[in-house]
Structures are given as structure tokens and as C-alpha cells.
Design a protein. Structure first.
Length: 303
């Protein structure tokens, strides 16, 4: 697909640059542009600049929905090539500016091993000019009005950006092919992700742009798919915790039930974080509990 064919105008002055991670392009003040997310690396950054050139736009503002590398990896290149300023929520900004933090938290807070210091987890650091502390909130860029929504769950403080009835919703929703590929969707808070799905159900928008599937006028099917998968993972964890298991035993049995074969430290660390998010969620609801025995931590379903 040519670059021109990847650019779709959703509303007047509101575009999506389709790719592995969808990029929002919002026109304001004639020929200025807000870009929402910047992809994985400088190659995506170059593609964004070429798309802006096709549209006759100049990059002024970058907004990152969250700090995962495939959403902020182009920042470093773009802010070196333009005078764009960057906006992100406060906690996501800390990771965008210090991208080693993601491998650190995936490695339980210890200095991470080299296998986790990869481009997929660790973008080049970039400065964030404006930390969004009040969410939901709004931003004004001349004649462009943006609503900033709280969509956390997949990431610590993920945001959505809505303009003219078009909502760029980051990784709040995954398509069926992604859910089937990974089995256990990555989330840091199941409680927050459930709330985000419910908030999207009532979102008064005409078009929704998830990061990894096509824009759509109706996200009810995606909401149902994502909620069903969360409930399915929850039920499978409770099912295997009929006896005391360590975290690694939970991971092994859960992955086996989804026919997932973890092949490297990256995959293991992502799944481990997601499983811990589920264990916290179930523990706080009183459905499971943990016990420290013989210097090991065990989890079990509550009676």
C-alpha cells in the first residue's frame, strides 16, 4: 500500500495514517498539525513527516496516548527534525523521558537484563514538554478543540484524544486477531481496564480509532470481545487455583490452557505482568488469596 493510500480523512482536517500503529493527524490554524502517537522508531517518524508533506502540514504538537515504544518511538526523531512540543499524561511522560523504566518494571524493579533492553520495550528517550495532570481535561490549539479522556488499564495512565467526534483510543481496544495471537492481553490494571471498556461503551463519538485495527463507527463488538477475554482469563486463573501454586506455576498452566508457548524473556515478562494484574484484581475481590510458605509465595482460590 502506498503512503497516499495509508492516509484516510475521517472528518474535515482529521486524518489517520494507517500502519502497524495507527497515527492521528489533526489540522489546525490552516497548515499546523497535531500528531497522536509516533510509532515504533525513526522509520515511522520519517513516514509521518512524508505524510504531513503530502497534506501540506507542519508538525507543531505530538500527543502520546501512552509510553509503550510502538506509540512514542518516533518522538526522538521528530523533535530533532521539527520544533514540535510533546504532551503526555504525567506518569506516562516519566517513562517516555526515561524509557529504561519499562524494562525495569517488567524485571520486578531490578536493573533489567539485556534481553529486555530491546527496541520493542525501550524506545529512544524523548523530552515531554507538557505533563497532563488533570484527566479528563481539554486542550486548545487555535481553532482545534481536543478532549483528553482517561483510558488507563492497558498502561498506567493511557489517554484517549477526541476531536470533532473522532476518538483516538490507543490500546484500550484490541481486535480479535491480536487477542487470538497473544491470548492474554497486556494490562497493568484489570480493574481500570474494565472501567475503561465501560466508559467507551457510553462514549458519545462518531468514529473510533483503535491503534491496531481500522477506524469504526461502532465499537460495541470490540468492547464485547475485549471484556469477554478478560473474563475468560479471570475464570481460567480461578480454575487452576484449586490448589496452591506459585506465580510461575500459574503462568505455566494458564499459558498451557491458551496453547501459548513463551519463547523469550520479553514474552515471559509481558505475560508475567499481565498475570500479576489479574492476581491483584482477584485478590482484592476476595476470590483468591496468597500465602508465604517455606520462603515461597503461593496463590490459591478462596473457599
Amino acid at each position: 500500500m502506498s503512503l497516499v493510500d495509508r492516509i484516510e480523512e475521517l472528518k474535515e482536517g482529521i486524518y489517520v495514517l494507517k500502519g502497524a500503529t495507527n497515527i492521528g493527524i489533526l489540522r489546525f490554524k490552516g497548515n499546523e498539525a497535531v500528531v497522536i502517537d509516533t510509532g515504533l522508531d525513526k522509520d515511522v517518524g520519517k513516514r509521518i513527516l512524508k505524510a504531513l508533506d503530502i497534506l501540506g502540514l507542519h508538525l507543531s504538537v505530538i500527543i502520546n496516548t501512552h509510553s509503550h515504544a510502538d506509540h512514542c518511538g518516533g518522538n526522538h526523531f521528530l523533535i530533532r527534525r521539527t520544533d514540535a512540543c510533546v504532551y503526555a499524561s504525567k506518569l506516562e511522560a516519566a517513562i517516555i523521558e526515561n524509557t529504561l523504566f519499562e524494562p525495569i518494571y517488567l524485571f520486578c524493579g531490578a536493573y533489567p537484563i539485556e534481553e529486555l533492553k530491546v527496541k520493542f520495550l525501550m524506545a529512544k528517550p524523548s523530552h515531554v514538554d507538557h505533563h497532563l495532570e488533570e484527566i479528563p481535561s481539554s486542550l486548545e490549539f487555535d481553532d482545534l478543540h481536543l478532549k483528553i479522556l482517561c483510558l488507563k488499564g492497558h498502561s498506567w495512565e493511557q489517554i484517549g484524544v477526541e476531536a470533532k467526534g473522532v476518538l483516538f483510543c490507543g490500546d484500550a481496544l484490541f481486535p480479535e486477531r491480536v487477542l487470538d495471537k497473544y491470548g492474554i492481553p497486556f494490562n497493568v490494571s484489570i480493574y481500570d481496564q474494565m472501567r475503561t471498556l465501560e466508559s467507551l461503551r457510553s462514549a458519545n463519538c462518531e468514529i473510533f480509532v483503535p491503534s491496531h485495527t481500522d477506524p469504526t463507527n461502532d465499537i460495541s463488538h470490540l468492547i464485547a470481545l475485549n471484556k469477554e477475554r478478560l473474563i475468560e482469563v479471570e475464570q481460567r486463573i480461578k480454575g487452576i487455583l484449586d490448589k496452591e501454586l506459585t506465580l510461575d506455576e500459574v503462568i505455566s498452566r494458564l499459558c498451557g490452557s491458551f496453547k501459548i508457548r513463551l519463547v523469550d524473556m520479553v514474552e515471559y515478562s509481558l505475560v508475567k505482568t499481565s498475570v500479576l494484574a489479574f492476581l491483584k484484581y482477584l485478590c482484592e475481590r476476595g476470590e483468591i488469596h496468597f500465602k508465604l510458605r517455606e520462603n515461597a509465595l503461593y496463590w490459591k482460590r478462596s473457599s
